[in-house]
Design a protein around this ligand. Structure first.
Ligand code: ASP
Length: 290
């Protein structure tokens, strides 16, 4: 039997001082929701989905309710979920979906396709009893204000979770509204297997956040997993993956990880990335660099 553990993040970025406490409270709630699943012997996949759903419901974060608006003033969300047996489900540019992580999970379970986007993803959602949410229930006041100011700068507030269960099963989940004021149809790193999200029972599970166009090009989470397989610890692998991101692309970002021994790690090149973890039943959290 392995020791279960979970780590979640609320996005790499600046996180103004006045938002810090709310973001920490949000990631702690999510980590605890995932931990409850693990503590009763549930699978890592259920834990990361449960944790991500809590973050998708929280307007502090750029995922589900509260996702940033694109330049047409609409919401298009991206998400990916994967387990250590290399099963994956992902959705991209899905309009008005509050829990895209659950839609991605349906794809993972069905095993037919790995990724669906846009209208096709919405159609699949309807077929599986998940409807798109009415636009007026998806836009938080903060997202509206950011859009009205046409704030294009800064990534942040994307969410993710990585867990290991009692049987040593691994899973990772990532969910986002993408970058503020993005072009309609833009898909970032978050739903792309290996870029924004990855799990492999021979290495560990990772979820990234930050500048998607940069993260995609270094295939950040797969690179991190390769470092774990080569013998790096979770913290070393996280730090090295982000160092490569910055050095090779000039983009900024952060990542969380749990390795196959259940050791969690995190690192960000940005001023803050709210995170929370439960390891050995103990809740830890923070926002600044280790
Ligand atoms: N990585 C996300 C994207 O580019 C944004 C973020 O992490 O805040 O879509």
């Amino acid at each position: 039997m392995a020791s279960p553990a979970i780590i979640v993040h609320g996005g790499a970025g600046t996180v103004a001082d006045e938002r810090r406490a709310g973001c920490i409270a949000g990631v702690e709630r999510a980590a605890q929701a995932g931990w409850e699943v693990l503590a009763r012997g549930g699978p890592a996949l259920d834990a990361v989905e449960a944790a991500t759903r809590v973050l998708e419901d929280d307007p502090e974060f750029n995922a589900g309710y509260g996702a940033v608006l694109n330049r047409l003033g609409t919401v298009e969300v991206d998400a990916c979920i994967m387990d250590g047996r290399l099963r994956a489900g992902a959705v991209g540019a899905v309009p008005w979906m509050r829990h895209p992580i659950t839609l991605a999970r349906k794809l993972l379970e069905a095993g037919e396709h790995v990724m669906l986007v846009g209208g096709g993803a919405l159609l699949y959602a309807r077929e599986h009893g998940l409807s798109g949410d009415p636009p007026d229930t998806m836009i938080s006041p903060r997202a509206r204000e950011r859009h009205e100011k046409a704030l294009t700068t800064g990534v942040g507030d994307t969410v993710g979770a990585c867990a290991i269960d009692r049987d040593g099963g691994l899973a990772a989940a990532t969910s986002t509204g993408g970058t503020p004021y993005k072009r309609p149809g833009r898909i970032g790193d978050s739903p792309l297997v290996g870029a924004g999200n990855y799990a492999d029972e021979r290495a560990g599970a990772a979820s990234a956040t930050g500048h998607g166009e940069s993260i995609i090009r270094v295939v950040l989470c797969k690179g991190l997993a390769d470092r774990l397989r080569a013998g790096a610890t979770s913290d070393e692998a996280a730090r090295a993956a982000i160092a490569e991101l910055v050095e090779r692309t000039g983009g900024e970002g952060g990542v969380i990880v749990v390795d196959k021994q259940g050791r969690v790690g995190h690192f960000t090149s940005t001023p803050r990335m709210p995170w929370a973890a439960v390891v050995d039943g103990r809740l830890q959290s923070g926002a600044e660099q280790p």
